[in-house]
Design a protein around this ligand. Structure first.
Ligand SMILES: [Zn+2]
Length: 267
């Protein structure tokens, strides 16, 4: 499932191969990924425009559009991607459409493909920057940029357990199932600990672990399944904790399959 580092990777793909390029044509292979816009409108509005420099907030990716020869203005449209569970972007030259390609942007520099097997989220076309801001208004600060003060403010007064609170995009934006488990393991905090119970020292440890895990994951454009990471040992209960060797535990917490080390992360 695309989390912050994966979406940052898609942003990098755009920066490397698509930004500054003019879209000559758009093929909507499956309109089921479009949200709030019809295929004909999407094709018409995007064709002929230039892709501006993309920004990411949490798991959302915003690509401002502009006309050739002028910068993006506040009342120009933007394409907004949310990749759901299975979405992604890829640049390629000429390979034929793949099974889950849903939208293809035909550009001078190659083909930009949005693929998505399950179509849980998708692609929006918003008419101006104010509409983009309104769409993203509910999100907490981005997990890659949140300050210590913002983090403390967001956790203050929260009832609930660590795992679901950190998964909540209104608290911090960008963390998903893998990142949260990795961060909690790194911070040695049990995923079911009540947030209200955290000490100041534990909160600092949590923030440090989050920054480190997010920063390293961005380099891999995903949460890497390294042998020294918890993520490298998911998938089967009873695999040894890469830090202490204790068999890992698995359970559903906040509705999601959760891994932790019972020795490093006591309740
Ligand atoms: Zn351990």
């Amino acid at each position: 499932m695309p989390e912050l580092p994966d979406v940052e990777g898609f942003r990098q793909i755009l920066l490397d191969g698509a930004v500054g390029g003019r879209v000559s044509r758009v093929e909507v292979l499956d309109a089921g990924v479009l949200r709030g816009v019809e295929a004909g409108t999407f094709r018409r509005e995007v064709a002929g425009r230039v892709l501006g420099s993309p920004t990411r907030h949490g798991k959302w990716l915003v690509v401002p559009l502009h006309s050739r020869g002028r910068r993006h203005q506040r009342d120009d449209p933007s394409i907004v991607f949310h990749f759901g569970m299975t979405g992604g972007l890829a640049m390629s030259d000429d390979r034929p459409p793949q099974r889950y390609d849903r939208i293809v942007f035909i550009m001078a520099g190659g083909l930009l493909r949005y693929h998505d097997m399950r179509k849980l989220q998708g692609v929006r076309l918003l008419q101006c920057d104010r509409d983009v801001a309104a769409l993203l208004d509910d999100l907490g600060p981005d997990a890659a940029a949140v300050t210590a003060q913002e983090f403390a403010d967001r956790l203050a007064g929260r009832r609930g357990r660590l795992k679901p609170v950190l998964m909540n995009q209104r608290v911090v934006a960008g963390l998903g199932n893998l990142l949260v488990d990795e961060v909690l393991w790194r911070a040695r905090l049990h995923p079911a600990r009540p947030v209200a119970e955290l000490t100041g020292a534990e909160r600092s440890r949590l923030l440090r672990a989050m920054r480190s895990v997010v920063r390293q994951s961005i380099k891999h454009a995903r949460v890497p399944a390294l042998p020294s990471w918890l993520t490298g040992h998911r998938g089967r209960e009873g695999q040894p904790c890469p830090r202490c060797g204790t068999p890992l535990q698995r359970s559903r917490i906040g509705g999601r399959g959760t891994y932790w080390c019972p020795h490093c992360q006591p309740p």
